[in-house]
Design a protein around this ligand. Structure first.
Ligand code: SAM
Ligand code: SF4
Length: 414
C-alpha cells in the first residue's frame, strides 16, 4: 500500500525518543515506505515529541503551525505527532483542535500500533487519536531501523515508578516494565554479529532493571552477561537513579572491561530540604556516599549529573547547597535545567515561585562553575593517549554544526 512513498521523522528530547524513532522507522519500512532526506520530499511526516519542559512543547507547537503549507502543498500528505507531549490527554485534544492539518496524534505505547493508525488515517477525514497506554502489539517482534551502524540504543526498561514531584515522565511513560532478559541478550548478540561496537542500555531508571522480572536478575547481572558478547567493545547505561543505584552495579562497572567507566547519576538539588520536596528518595549524605564508593572502586571514572534550578520555594541557601555539591563532587559534566512547571505534577501545585531573573542568575552561575570544573578535569588529560570510538567526521558541514549548537543551547536550559 505504501510502496514508493517516503517518510521523514523529526525527534525532540531524550535518547528514549531517539530509540522510539528507530522502532517507528523499522515499522514504516516494513510497510514499504522509504526514508526521505527532508520533509519536503516526504509523503508522511512524523514528529516524536518531548514533554519534560514547557520549552520543548512550545517548540513543537511552533513547528506544527509552520507545517500548514507543507500539508496544503500536496493533498494526501500525512502529518503525525507522537511521543510524550501527545500522550497527555489535554494536549492531544489541543493538537486535534488547534492544528486541523494533523492527521494522527499518538502516544508512547501507540507507537507500536502506528501501522493500524496510518491505515485508519488514510480512510478518515478526522484526526485519528490513540493515547491508550495499554501495551502492544509485541515489541520484540519489531525490526528496528538503527541510525548508526556501530552504536546502538538498547532499551531495557520502560516507564518510571519514581514520581519525582516535578516530573511528567511517569504520567506519559507509565509504570516500570523490564524487557525479558533473554530478549535483551539476543538483541545484543545480534548487534555484535552485525558489527556494532557500542551499546547503550536505556531506561528512565535503568538501575531498576529486573525488579519486576521473575528470578533475581538485575542490571549488574545483565552487564556481566553482556560483557561476554562477541563483537561488542563498549557498554554504557543510562539513566541511573541514586535510589536504586547500588554496590553491585559499582562492582560491575569496576570489574567488567567493556563497561565504560562512566556513571550518569542525577543529583537534581544539593539541599536535603529540596531533595525531600522533590521526592528523590535520598539525602545529600547518601549521594556523597555513592560518589565516594564509585570513585573508590572505579579508577578514572567520569561522573555526570542532572541539576535543576528554580524549583518552587528554592531559597538562596538551597541554591548555595547545590553549588557546594557541584564544587565538592566535581562532576565531569552536568545537564542543567531551569525548573519548568508540568501540569498534573505535585510541584506544579506549588506555583512557579522563583522569579525568572533569579532563575537566570542561578543557572548562569551554575553553568559557569560547571564549565570551569569540566575544563580543569579535561586539561588533566592533556598529552594522554586514549582509545576513542570515532563517531563522525570532524569536518562537520555547517548544517550539522547548527544542530550541535542547538543541542548545547538546550542542554543548558537557557
Ligand atoms: N529518568 C531520568 C532521571 O531521573 O534523571 C531522566 C528524566 S528527564 C527526561 C531528564 C532530566 O530532566 C531530569 O533528570 C531533570 O533534571 C530534568 N527535568 C525533569 N522534569 C523537569 C522539570 N519539570 N523542569 C526542569 N527540569 C526537569
Ligand atoms: Fe522523572 Fe524522577 Fe522518573 Fe527521572 S526518576 S523520569 S526525574 S520521575
Amino acid at each position: 500500500m505504501f510502496q514508493g512513498k517516503y517518510y521523514h521523522t523529526v525527534t525532540f528530547g531524550c535518547q528514549m525518543n531517539e530509540s522510539d524513532t528507530e522502532v517507528l522507522q523499522g515499522l514504516l519500512e516494513a510497510l514499504g515506505f522509504a526514508p526521505a532526506p527532508d520533509k519536503d520530499q516526504a509523503d508522511l511526516l512524523i514528529l516524536i515529541t518531548c514533554a519534560v519542559r514547557q520549552k520543548a512543547e512550545d517548540k513543537v507547537a511552533t513547528f506544527l503551525g509552520k507545517l500548514r503549507p507543507w500539508k496544503q502543498e500536496k493533498p494526501g500528505r500525512i502529518l503525525a505527532v507522537g511521543g510524550c507531549m501527545s500522550q497527555q490527554e489535554e494536549i492531544a485534544g489541543y493538537i486535534k483542535k488547534k492544528f486541523e492539518h494533523v492527521d494522527i496524534v499518538f502516544g508512547t505505547e501507540a507507537l507500536y500500533r502506528f501501522p493500524n493508525l496510518l491505515e485508519e488515517a488514510v480512510d478518515k477525514k478526522e484526526t485519528v487519536v490513540d493515547i491508550d497506554l495499554k501495551e502492544g502489539p509485541d515489541r520484540e517482534a519489531v525490526s528496528v531501523n538503527r541510525a548508526s551502524s556501530f552504536q546502538a540504543w538498547v532499551p531495557v526498561i520502560y516507564g518510571c515508578n519514581n514520581f519525582c514531584s516535578y516530573c511528567i515522565v511517569p504520567y506519559v511513560r507509565g509504570r516500570e516494565k523490564s524487557r525479558n532478559y533473554k530478549e535483551v541478550l539476543r538483541e545484543v548478540e545480534y548487534l555484535g554479529q552485525k558489527g556494532y561496537r557500542e551499546i547503550t542500555l536505556l531506561g528512565q531508571n535503568v538501575d531498576a532493571y529486573g525488579k519486576d522480572l521473575p528470578g533475581n536478575c538485575g542490571l549488574a547481572d545483565l552487564l556481566e552477561d553482556l560483557e561476554r558478547v562477541e563483537g561488542i567493545e563498549r557498554i554504557r547505561f543510562l539513566t541511573s537513579h541514586p535510589r536504586d543505584f547500588n554496590l553491585d552495579i559499582i562492582e560491575a562497572v569496576a570489574r567488567l572491561e567493556k563497561v565504560c567507566e562512566h556513571v550518569h547519576l542525577p543529583l537534581q538539588a544539593g539541599s536535603n530540604r529540596l531533595l525531600k520536596k522533590m521526592n528523590r528518595g535520598y539525602t545529600r549524605e547518601r549521594y556523597l556516599y555513592l560518589i565516594d564508593s564509585i570513585r573508590d572502586r572505579v579508577k578514572g571514572v567520569s561522573i555526570t549529573t542532572d541539576l535543576i534550578v528554580g524549583y518552587p520555594g528554592e531559597t538562596e541557601e538551597d541554591f548555595n547547597a547545590t553549588m557546594e555539591m557541584v564544587e565538592k563532587i566535581r562532576f565531569d559534566a552536568a545537564y542543567t535545567f531551569v525548573y519548568s512547571p508540568r501540569r498534573g505534577t505535585p510541584a506544579a501545585k506549588e506555583g512557579d515561585t522563583v522569579p525568572p531573573e533569579i532563575k537566570k542568575e542561578r543557572i548562569q552561575k551554575l553553568v559557569e562553575k560547571q564549565k570551569e570544573i569540566g575544563l580543569e578535569i579535561n586539561r588533566q588529560m592533556e598529552g594522554e593517549t586514549c582509545k576513542v570510538l570515532v563517531e563522525g567526521d570532524p569536518r562537520l558541514p555547517s548544517e550539522a554544526l547548527e544542530v550541535v549548537k542547538n543541542d548545547l543551547f538546550d542542554m543548558h536550559g537557557e
